[in-house]
Design a protein around this ligand. Structure first.
Ligand code: NAP
Length: 279
């Protein structure tokens, strides 16, 4: 058996088409959507990701400002920048890029992003609203998991979904979104004993860990749908997922890395920005 490839490209293209139309309508009203991305790192992978967001934004008619505070920026400086941009009427979407200086966590500083502009769902307020089932921007990566499953018509109601990873940006919000869709959700993490025994019972397996090829064929029930969120740098400058490519011989469907969750995540960030600009 070879798994059906759940490509993100067509899903992202459809979202970008919708976003471009809505951005053009806003521009005609003199309200071109604007996304501000605050960075405070000299991490090359992070800089590449931010440039790719800006490029994708430009292609759909969204202005994107990269606000680079430098890797020496203090938490107070980052908070001040987020507060200034939150109050700036010309900015509709606002996100804080990781990693952050001094080992600060995203959730330590993202509270300074006003929820109406929090297009990557990073602030504790947005996350609390999401957990409470109230309207909020979800973290784009977590939403991308659901968007891919919906696009490829993967049934969730009553199915057992195992999420590996419990981070605030991916694992936990994905679990909430899946629960809202009536899936039965199990969340695994680094202290889970016998990971394979749990993942092996999943109808849908979401890997959001950050360990190349952690998920092997032995972790996957034959025919299961596998969503690979992992983006791990390879020695040759490429990207590898958390899922061993050999899983394609066991799973029924599998997202590729690159080209799966990643492009959908970026497209959703842009859709959130347009929605924020629409008010
Ligand atoms: P993270 O904050 O480092 O969280 C990783 C999670 O994996 C933690 O909950 C950790 O458990 C768990 N974990 C670590 N080792 C494990 C093991 N051996 N078995 C089971 N669980 C284990 O990472 P993240 O920010 O969620 O990102 C996860 C991956 O997604 C990374 O590869 C990242 O690059 C990628 N990502 C992709 C996109 C995209 O758009 N495609 C966006 C964001 C992130 P503990 O909680 O116990 O430590």
């Amino acid at each position: 058996m070879t798994a059906l490839l759940l490509a993100g490209g067509p899903v992202a293209a459809r979202i970008r088409g919708d976003v471009a139309e809505r951005a053009a309508a806003l521009t005609r009203l003199g309200r071109t959507p604007r996304l501000a991305v605050v960075t405070a790192t000299d991490d090359e992978a992070s800089a590449w990701y931010v440039r790719s967001i800006a490029k994708a934004a430009g292609k759909v008619g969204i202005d994107c400002d990269i606000v680079d505070l430098g890797a020496e920026a203090s938490g107070a400086e980052i908070t001040a920048a987020l507060e200034r941009l939150s109050a700036d009427e010309g900015v509709h979407g606002l996100m804080l890029q990781t990693p952050l200086p001094g080992g600060a966590r995203l959730e330590d500083l993202a509270g300074a992003i006003v929820p109406a502009k929090d297009v990557d769902g990073a602030s504790p307020l947005s996350l609390g609203r999401l957990a409470a089932g109230l309207p909020a921007f979800a973290p784009a990566t977590a939403e991308a998991v659901l968007t891919l499953l919906d696009h490829y018509q993967v049934e969730l109601q009553g199915r057992h979904v195992v999420v590996v990873g419990r981070s605030t940006v991916v694992g936990k919000p994905a679990a909430h979104l899946l629960l809202d869709r009536n899936a039965t959700v199990t969340v695994c993490h680094s202290r889970t004993t016998d990971l394979a025994a749990l993942t092996g019972t999943a109808d849908v397996l979401v890997a959001a860990v950050g360990r190349t090829a952690l998920i092997t064929p032995a972790h996957v029930r034959p025919g299961a749908t596998v969503i690979d969120v992992g983006t791990n740098p390879t020695e040759d400058g490429g990207l590898a997922g958390d899922v061993d490519p050999a899983v394609a011989g066991t799973a029924g469907a599998l997202t590729p890395v690159p080209g799966g969750v990643g492009p959908v995540t970026t497209a959703l960030l842009l859709r959130h920005t347009v929605r924020a600009a629409e008010g």
